[in-house]
Design a protein around this ligand. Structure first.
Ligand code: AMP
Length: 481
């Protein structure tokens, strides 16, 4: 199946080919023909399934005929967060390369003047968060009586964030005769009931069971103590082949603490959370997307919809209290068929409950790091990078590859013993920066052994060897408490 077989014009097929899309994803294949027919859609699709193109491509096709009038947008896409709205706008621009369609993005935190100027010229597509759109409406800068196509994206998120009254108010300003495309990550009973208010005789499209996790993400669970979380995270960052990663925290105040701590240990990191100004958020996101900094420490604001090409890892520094957030967080990686790795660091009694709720929701246990089952079955060759021997050479403490099941080779062990001095200087604070005073003062294992703070897990016993098999010691954070 190719894009033109779905009924899209040559220009759109060319635009997607330019982006390297060879064939439509399931949500695109199922929804594009119905959108082109003018049907309402009630769509459920996981993040990363190509949902944005499933509505923007046919919208461009439909809007290609016709012209925009000043302050009277012809279509409206509502998104719950600024980031998501900006991302949809980005996709729209890419897909409409060969079309002369105009667009305005109305999101908070950026100047009204520019948005106003775009509205006054007339736009074919208006992409907005509900609050900012109502601000413009109340100032008399936009009229919604000409909107023929409405998209409500990430409706479940809108519901969680309390935006539904605003959405209802906006929909009340639209003509009743219109086409409505309603998308949600899940189609729960609440969402179905809610959708009844907006869609009429919709084509229901589901491309993945609700709240399932993509098979392309290898999931892992790591147990540690509350005080050992940062060390466990650093250990993972060093032992994994992390190209770029989003690290999720539950509380905004913990984000800056973690950023500072990671920087102190020579990791490049930026923060992204809802209390930052819009320009600081966009700036952080840009640096991360451009690969200037490999780690983004984020709150759940970044969990939905954000599309970061080729994200190699997601770390849950905190287990999310809401099981669905887990699905959305780890869905930032393993997108568009690529493999990804997700690690969740659990440490408390509450975490046990949260992990239980997540496992119930996703319908399977999250394997402990080191458990062979934690590897993504679909892309095992990529998920188990050849760099494991490299990791050993680097003398990193392994959280998973040292496990007996990991099939560590003899040569791997030899490599590790060559770097004995590096290995000795470990307990999560391996001196990778080579000369950092902070790291040096933490010293090797024997000194640390004497220096346990009250409440800290005991240091590992003095032992010889570099692998779990050699030492017989299982690090505490690999144990499910
Ligand atoms: P979305 O679910 O819309 O956020 O899309 C997730 C990612 O998949 C984005 O990076 C898109 O560029 C990419 N994508 C969307 N459709 C396709 C396709 N047909 N082929 C390859 N990649 C796609």
């Amino acid at each position: 199946m190719n894009f033109s077989e779905l009924g899209l014009c040559q220009e759109l097929s060319q635009a997607v080919a330019d982006l390297g899309y060879t064939e439509p994803t399931p949500i695109q294949e199922k929804s594009i023909p119905y959108v082109l027919m003018g049907r309402d859609i009630l769509g459920s699709a996981q993040t990363g399934t190509g949902k944005t193109a499933s509505f923007t491509l046919p919208m461009i096709e439909i809007l290609a005929a016709g012209r925009a009038k000043a302050r009277l947008p012809r279509s409206l896409i509502l998104a719950p967060t600024r980031e998501l709205a900006a991302q949809v706008a980005d996709s729209f621009e890419k897909f409409s390369t060969y079309h002369k369609l105009s667009m305005a993005l109305l999101i908070g935190g950026v100047s009204f003047a520019d948005q106003n100027a775009a509205l006054s010229k007339g736009v074919d597509v208006l992409i907005a968060t509900p609050g900012r759109l109502l601000d413009h409406f109340e100032r008399g800068k936009v009229l919604l009586t000409d909107v023929k196509i409405l998209v409500i994206d990430e409706a479940d998120r809108m519901l969680d964030m309390g935006f539904i009254p605003d959405v209802e108010r906006i929909v009340g300003l639209l003509p009743p005769l219109r086409q409505t495309l309603f998308f949600s990550a899940t189609l729960s009973d609440d969402i179905k009931k809610l959708s009844d208010k907006f869609v009429s005789n919709p084509k229901v499209i589901e491309v993945a069971p609700p709240a399932s996790t993509a098979d392309t993400v290898a999931q892992h669970l790591v147990w540690t103590s509350p005080k050992g979380k940062r060390e466990a995270l650093r250990g993972l960052l060093r032992s994994e082949d992390v190209k770029n990663a989003v690290i999720f925290c539950n509380r905004k105040r913990d984000i800056s603490t973690l950023v500072t701590s990671l920087k102190r240990h020579d990791f490049g990191a930026v923060a992204l959370h809802g209390d930052m100004t819009q320009s600081a958020r966009l700036d952080a996101l840009q640096k991360f997307k451009d690969g200037e900094v490999p780690l983004m420490i984020a709150s759940d604001v970044a969990a939905r919809g954000l599309d970061i090409a080729g994200l190699s890892h997601v770390f849950n520094f905190d287990v999310p209290g809401n099981a669905e957030d887990y699905v959305h967080r780890i869905g930032r990686t393993g997108r568009a068929g690529k493999s990804g790795r997700a690690f969740t660091i659990a440490a408390s009694e509450d975490d046990k409950k949260y992990v239980g709720a997540i496992e119930k929701l996703i319908g399977k246990p999250i394997p402990l790091a080191g458990d062979a089952r934690s590897e993504a079955p679909q892309d095992a060759s990529e998920a188990k990078p050849a760099s494991r021997s490299k990791k050993k050479k680097a003398g990193s403490r392994r959280t998973e590859a040292d496990s007996p099941e990991s099939g560590k080779t003899e040569s791997g062990r030899k490599d590790a013993s060559k770097t004995e001095s590096a290995s000795r200087n470990e307990s999560g604070s391996r001196n990778e920066s080579g000369g950092n005073d902070d790291n040096r003062s933490r010293g090797g294992r024997s000194r640390r052994k004497q220096e346990n703070a009250p409440g800290e897990l005991p240091a590992p016993p003095e032992c010889k060897g570099d692998t779990l098999q050699d030492t017989g010691h299982v690090p505490a954070f690999l144990l499910r408490s």
